[in-house]
Design a protein around this ligand. Structure first.
Ligand SMILES: Cc1cc2nc3c(=O)[nH]c(=O)nc-3n(C[C@H](O)[C@H](O)[C@H](O)COP(=O)(O)OP(=O)(O)OC[C@H]3O[C@@H](n4cnc5c(N)ncnc54)[C@H](O)[C@@H]3O)c2cc1C
Length: 437
């Protein structure tokens, strides 16, 4: 039998089904009887976007999205909820729209991957077979990275740093319940972690809340790092807006503000440098790692998953992609913008492999906006291209100190537009019915 090109294969699939054709890695007979199957684990910024883009361009590929929660509560923009600028409900997004695009959405937890048999197993005991598997499970929290912290302790001292809606609500309610004059503690993580400017935007939003509702209160930050993302504009904002509220303790060669003891009963944290902080409310943001399912699939090395820069396929497991926060994307920060951009390259690669579509050289983009105070937002970003197995940044930009208020207000408007756009890309509107007459 002559080997058919991927493009020709795409025409056959596009015309209504698979045929006895060879495609990458699969013998012809393997898919002769059935439609190619793509299984995606994680319906967040990365996974939902992959589902949308594979379905959009190859209606005859079978797309299954396995997502643990029935509602996605976005981490991005959750700081604005903490600051009282946005509602918790505005972060909620359901999966009906993806179902309307004939994506099979299964609300279950993926518990194991058999990379040889090419199946994913879920908590309910169902097995899903795949031709290509996409993992975008985001992060798991390393609770024990802060001595004294634990999964149980998070119910008292929230991290509020993943898609768990209750964590965000807990932090907000604790701030609301705290008397004026109280102390809020923030424990910052070491690199690498989800959304490098995220904890500092949160500091601004907590401080904004305190300034407007409980002005005698304090926010003490203990940071194991010596520097952080967009530091000049953040520290300028701490000074400009929150001088009497925020106390930033960045580590130095002499003073190490890594927390070595968290005493929940005494409500006290102690640092390596010996500083003790008594608190009323604590927001502990521990170290993180790739979501457990990526580890179980064999994709992780240490905490994160190495990938091939040109398509985010796993370096360790064949026919599996890992994108978003779980991946090691070199200099590309762990952000929703990054995950959404990576998702399009993943979808394109899958479409090239399974539907014979054209493959273009990947180019990824990231922009992260942070709100410092109402109408004052800053941003950082770059474009990335695969080069020598890495992601080479170009066109980098970052907000500067002393920028005028108009520019900052425009940044904020841009960020609002971005949120609406990424949500529409993850959860696209229902296609309008094509009339038959
Ligand atoms: C406070 C904060 C502010 C942020 N602000 C921004 C911002 O302004 N801009 C920006 O670009 N990014 C921001 N981010 C980062 C952004 O949220 C993440 O980078 C992005 O969501 C990563 O996408 P993902 O697909 O990797 O993971 P997620 O979006 O977290 O999605 C992972 C999904 O996988 C599901 N899942 C995990 N394991 C399983 C399993 N075994 N089975 C089934 N389902 C599973 C989870 O339930 C979840 O829905 C922020 C993050 C935080 C915490």
């Amino acid at each position: 039998m002559s080997r058919i090109t991927r493009r020709e294969f795409g025409k056959v699939v596009g015309a209504g089904g698979a045929s006895a054709i060879a495609i990458s890695g699969l013998p012809a007979f393997a898919i002769a009887q059935r439609t190619p199957k793509v299984v995606i684990v994680g319906g967040g910024a990365g996974g939902a976007t992959v589902a949308h883009y594979v379905r959009k361009d190859a209606p005859n590929i079978d797309v299954t999205l396995i997502e643990a929660n029935s509602t996605y509560s976005s981490s991005f923009f959750s700081n604005l909820y903490i600051g009282g600028i946005r509602s918790l409900e505005s972060l909620d997004h359901g999966y009906a729209r993806l179902r309307n695009h004939r994506i099979k959405v299964v609300h279950d937890r993926a518990t194991d991957v058999d990379a040889v048999g090419k199946t994913v197993r879920t908590l309910s005991g169902t097995n899903f077979s795949y031709d290509r598997l996409v993992l975008s499970p985001g992060i798991d929290i390393k609770y024990d990275s802060v001595p004294g912290y634990s999964r149980e302790a998070a119910a008292l001292f929230p991290h509020a740093y993943n898609t768990d809606r209750a964590q965000k609500q807990l932090l907000k309610r604790q701030l609301e319940a705290m008397p004026d004059g109280g102390v809020v503690l923030m424990v910052m993580p070491n690199n690498p972690f989800r959304c490098p400017p995220g904890p500092y935007e949160r500091a601004c939003m907590i401080a904004h809340y305190l300034k407007t509702r409980k002005p005698r209160s304090k926010l003490v930050i203990l940071d194991p790092k010596k520097a952080f993302s967009k530091q000049p504009v953040f520290t300028e904002a701490f000074d400009k807006y929150y001088k009497d509220i925020i106390e930033l303790n960045l580590s130095t060669e002499i003073d190490d503000f890594t927390v070595v003891r968290l005493d929940g009963k005494a409500r006290e944290a102690e640092t390596k440098a010996g500083r003790k902080v008594r608190f009323d409310v604590a927001n502990i943001i521990p170290q993180q790692r790739a979501g457990e399912i990526a580890v179980r699939a064999g994709c992780a090395e240490k905490d994160w998953c190495p990938i091939n820069a040109e398509n985010f396929s796993s370096k360790n497991v064949k026919d599996v992609y890992v994108l978003g926060d779980a991946s090691i994307a070199a200099e590309m920060p762990k952000s929703a913008f990054s995950a959404n951009s990576q998702a399009k390259a993943v979808a394109e690669d899958i479409l090239a492999e399974l539907a014979g579509k054209e493959r273009f050289p990947a180019r990824y983009h990231n922009t992260c906006w942070s709100l410092l105070a109402p109408d004052d937002a800053v941003k950082i970003g770059a474009t990335y291209a695969p080069k020598d197995g890495k992601l080479d940044p170009s066109g980098s930009f970052v907000s500067q100190k002393g920028e005028d208020a108009g520019l900052r207000k425009q940044n904020y408007a841009e960020s609002i537009g971005w949120y609406a756009n990424i949500i529409a890309d993850m959860f696209p509107a229902t296609p309008s019915r094509v009339s038959k007459g």
